[in-house]
Write a protein that binds this ligand. Sequence first.
Ligand code: FES
Ligand SMILES: [Fe+2]
Length: 362
Amino acid sequence: MSSLEETKVFNQNDAVIEGWYWALKSSKLKSKKPVHLNFLGRELALYRGEDGVARAVDAYCPHMGAHLAEGRVDGKGIRCFFHAWKFDEEGKLVDIPCRKSPGLDSKIKTWPCQEKYGMIWIYTGEVPRQPVPFIYELENTEVDASFGNEFVKECHPNVVMINAIDAHHFTSVHNLPVDVKFETIVHNDYCIAFENRTFIPHTRWYLKLFDKFYEKYLTYKMCYWNGSSGSVTVGPDFLHCHIIFALRPLQNGHTEGQTILVTPKRSGLLGKFLNPIILWATKQVGNYFAKGDTEVFKTIKFKLKTPIKEDDSIIKFLQHTEKQKTCDWGFGKKKINNPEIQEKDFQNEKQVQARFTNHASM
Ligand code: FES
Ligand SMILES: [Fe+2]
């Protein structure tokens, strides 16, 4: 059996890749009330400190196991409902109300948490090795974002993800009149992109018309972050539409996803009226992509048994995913450390951290 069939990480439900995963819409985390979150098989309490910062902690109180989401926010920390122990923003026990000082060392586990695109993202490792998924051509641009659909697919996120680079099915399922051919761009160990390198053919009158809006190739890019979130960029040169497909695995091997529509911030009246229209149009583009494959995802038992040349991008994505580091979250019991990635991480740590900090402030 080839390594394409016998995967250890790709499409494996007991191997959760370390990375940022969408957790909860920011609007659902109010300032006073912590929220229960069962996330990638781990029970968490999410709360917004009095400083407005969203935080994620393991749910169960180290005293007697009360769920901390039943408790209350206190400063940057959280106080358990049951006996009111307080844990600060680093998870450290700082107060037991019936004592002058706690008199013991105790900690709850905290997880890296960030808000971007109106969404709270949680990192499933100790220290983030990459920023929250972003769109490269908007890397240093302020953006407006809105939500598209929330959906469930009956297969693993990795399998849902390959749909966007399965050029082979663009014609058989979506009737695309263009022959898409991808070039692979490896941005870093966690991020791989595929960009179309074909021009619009002049086989039909409307294609000739479309071609006037493209200086070079038909714009179609797909950029993946740790195999679980990806952004599609499509559209003429004067208006690129960006759709982030944020996915996360479910215990039963299915996928829970959320689409996020992104466009550069535009100032003044133009931005106020144009951006909502652009985001709405982007949502329709996203719906178009999502349509047509629904039935196949209900029954597929993915195995790349007979790869052909046209499956090249899928093979590259699969191999990239196989190299990802996994974490021991919930149903991700199979922790796989890729020594090559760890070594590079160590060397690049400062660079990565600087990049992460830049993004955190955007
Ligand atoms: S169970 Fe949390 S303080 Fe007792
Ligand atoms: Fe498709």
